[in-house]
Design a protein around this ligand. Sequence first.
Ligand code: ARG
Length: 262
Amino acid sequence: MKVLLLITLVSLLLGIGALAGQFDIAEDEVRIVGGNATTIEQFPYIAQLRIDNQFECGACIISPKWVLTAGHCTNGYTELIENITLRVGATEFDQTANEAITLANLYIHPLYNETTQDYDISILLLNNNLVFGNKINSIALPPPNLVLPAGTLATVAGWGTLTYLGALPTQLQEVTVPIITNEECALRYNDTNTYISDRNLCAGYDQGGRDTCSGDSGGPLTANGVLYGVVSGGIGCADAKYPGTYTNVSSVRSFITSVTGL
Ligand code: ARG
């Protein structure tokens, strides 16, 4: 009887060990996907884009009155800008204390393509200038035609889901991912209808596990304090085969200058 009990106990312990091993991987995927909780002081240039009073996307503050987001986040709203608001300066997903920022104008890239998601960028002009401080600030823009070398580590932040089709976080999340070449990225996506163009950047680990996800769109991808990417797309989230795709800010730099003068 005692021996049997011992055997049961040992196998139970072994079983638990094996289970815990499995959960190591799952536990890694508890944020953005595979990232960490962070605060707005670390990302004072990130904003929440809300449409019809619901969280829709991330956005990037580039000056007191200009904000960037993904084209697909505002698609169809050119004549409905009163439906769009921004929330700035708060870490929490549900930041009801902060007053809604309203828009004076919306400029979706004229070449934005709904089908291919090429030129996935739009520019928002605010009604009132933001007051900068430790929770609200701008991020620097890159020069035009800059190619980020593969392997460059870039950081993304957002309030998107913590797993593919999973729950939203209560707090801002961040994750760091390496840039991969557009050539490699196009190869990874060649069995899908996702189109990788010169207006894209791609980032992700070969083994997956860390990525942006739904709701992170429009948010910032930065390296060394410069905004190189805006979260655009991807298949699934943190999938080993499919890296996250971003709008290459450098490649649409002349559009940004023509609209904002920046
Ligand atoms: N299009 C998505 C959004 O609306 C972003 C998806 C990012 N996906 C990914 N696998 N990196 O938020």
